[in-house]
Design a binder for this molecule. Structure first.
Ligand SMILES: NC(=O)c1ccc[n+]([C@@H]2O[C@H](COP(=O)([O-])OP(=O)(O)OC[C@H]3O[C@@H](n4cnc5c(N)ncnc54)[C@H](O)[C@@H]3O)[C@@H](O)[C@H]2O)c1
Length: 339
């Protein structure tokens, strides 16, 4: 049994508490939150767990092997740093930190202390995303030309971070995971309509090597609830719709192909409208898979899929997007991440 502590029991923390507490190999020993009302909730929902306001209780318990951080982003760096310094493995929710140099410090600290540092990029543990990744790797969709994702809803407004920092880490992590590359350039534009200076809607364009484009539209001020990713390849097109309860992935055998004989340009391409197929996926809750991955990596001494380096790569895109948005949508060049 691995003793684990969780800090942050607001909106997301209870989901992590539930998932970790359901794993056979985990003993959820502490849940920490600074708010009195959340302490009461912890005691009601997890009566067997130590509920505390004092984070140092977790740090000082030598039997505690790992700490899960689900507090607001502004606290991630300090809490993760203290946890690593106290020799605990760390799972920190996205984004890993607010500044690249903080993320780098965490990566180096974890390396030095031979501890695991994992970032909560939930979607890359989604069975549908894993399936699409394999499908791309097998060459089934041909070369990826571009992709776009939409994460839209009305509500869960935040005042301490804008919609890019709140929602786009999911889509950025998926784009980086599927394309296995970092963007060369980031452009972002956004609008704040509800609170001065906090963008409610944003459009990001990431340009990757080979002119691949990833477009990301995030909003908490939208009439639709959409969580959708479309990938267009030279052979096929794939749509992942996370709002669908079962048929989450559709493969469109559609494309444009050159005809073999020489013809004038307008006649030299033919459109192909083939079948639409729906693969059968073994669905499991992504959050359970993510939590299990963290525990298995600790047990087996493996590097997590969303390790500190992945967290840093996503953070660099967030920083570039913020800079671009601040400059009215000016392109921001990116350098390859080296640690
Ligand atoms: N993976 C996902 O799909 C997903 C979804 C939502 C949120 N999140 C992430 O989870 C994290 C928390 O988001 P949320 O929506 O639950 O925020 P929230 O504000 O609802 O909850 C944060 C909680 O942390 C507590 N807290 C803050 N500082 C603390 C400290 N120093 N010590 C102890 N407790 C402290 C607060 O009292 C609060 O209860 C964020 O990083 C967010 O990005 C992830």
């Amino acid at each position: 049994m691995l003793n684990l502590g969780l800090v942050g029991f607001g909106y997301w923390g209870p989901n992590l508490a539930r998932s970790f507490s359901q794993l056979d190999e985990v003993n959820l020993k502490y849940i920490c939150d600074i708010e009195e009302k959340n302490l009461e909730k912890i005691k009601r929902s997890f009566p067997q767990v130590n509920a505390t306001k004092d984070f140092s209780e977790l740090l000082n318990d030598v039997s505690l092997k790992a700490i899960v951080i689900a507090t607001s982003a502004v606290t991630h760096f300090q809490l993760a740093k203290k946890s690593l310094e106290a020799s605990k493995h760390v799972f920190v929710e996205k984004p890993i930190a607010l500044h690249s140099k903080e993320a780098l410090e965490l990566i180096h600290l974890a390396e030095k202390k031979k501890l695991l540092l994992m970032v909560g990029h939930l979607l890359i543990y989604h069975p549908a995303i894993e399936w699409i990744k394999e499908y791309i790797k097998k060459g089934e969709i041909g070369e990826v030309l571009y992709l776009y994702s939409q994460r839209l809803n009305l509500g869960r407004l935040r005042k301490d971070e804008n919609v890019i920092w709140s929602l786009a880490p999911h889509d950025i992590s998926v784009a980086l995971f599927l394309l296995e590359e970092e963007p060369l350039e980031v452009i972002a534009r956004g609008g704040s309509y509800l609170r001065y200076g906090v963008e409610d809607v944003a459009f990001l364009t990431l340009t990757f090597p080979g002119k691949k484009i990833a477009n990301i539209h995030v909003s908490w001020l939208d009439p639709h609830k959409i969580r959708k990713l479309t990938i267009v390849g030279t052979k096929k097109m794939v749509v992942f719709d996370d709002m669908e309860s079962s048929e989450k992935v559709r493969i469109y055998d559609k494309g444009v192909e050159p005809v073999s004989t020489f013809k004038p340009y307008s006649e030299a391409l033919t459109l192909r409208f083939g079948d639409i197929t729906i693969p059968s996926l073994k669905m499991k809750e992504p959050l359970t898979l993510e939590c299990l991955h963290f525990i298995n990596c600790i047990k087996e001494g493996k590097k997590p899929r969303s390790d500190g380096l992945q967290g840093l790569k996503v953070l660099k895109v967030l920083e570039a997007a913020q800079r671009s948005m601040n400059q009215g949508g000016q392109p921001v060049k990116m350098k390859e991440t080296k640690i």
